[in-house]
Unconditional design. Structure first.
Length: 80
């Protein structure tokens, strides 16, 4: 039983970075001729944008092209 549990824990630990990396996606920002990696940091900026613009949360990948472009424009104006 101990051996099975050890293998299960080890397998989970080894697969965690793969799962986390799979959540990142790259988006092309054609208006600014660059690309952005979508990760937890970018998601936090997106949520700030939505709050400032009084919009309900919608997963970025499901937003229409105009809304995505509006976000990228805002994002370039609010880089730190």
């Amino acid at each position: 039983m101990y051996k099975f549990l050890s293998i299960l824990v080890l397998g989970g630990a080894l697969s965690a970075p793969v799962v986390l990396q799979a959540q990142e996606r790259t988006y092309e920002d054609k208006a600014h001729h660059d690309s952005h990696t979508w990760n937890s940091d970018e998601d936090a900026h997106y949520r700030t944008y939505l709050k400032e613009h009084h919009k309900k949360y919608r997963e970025f990948s499901r937003a229409n092209q105009r809304d995505q472009n509006d976000y990228w424009k805002w994002r370039h104006e609010h880089e730190h």
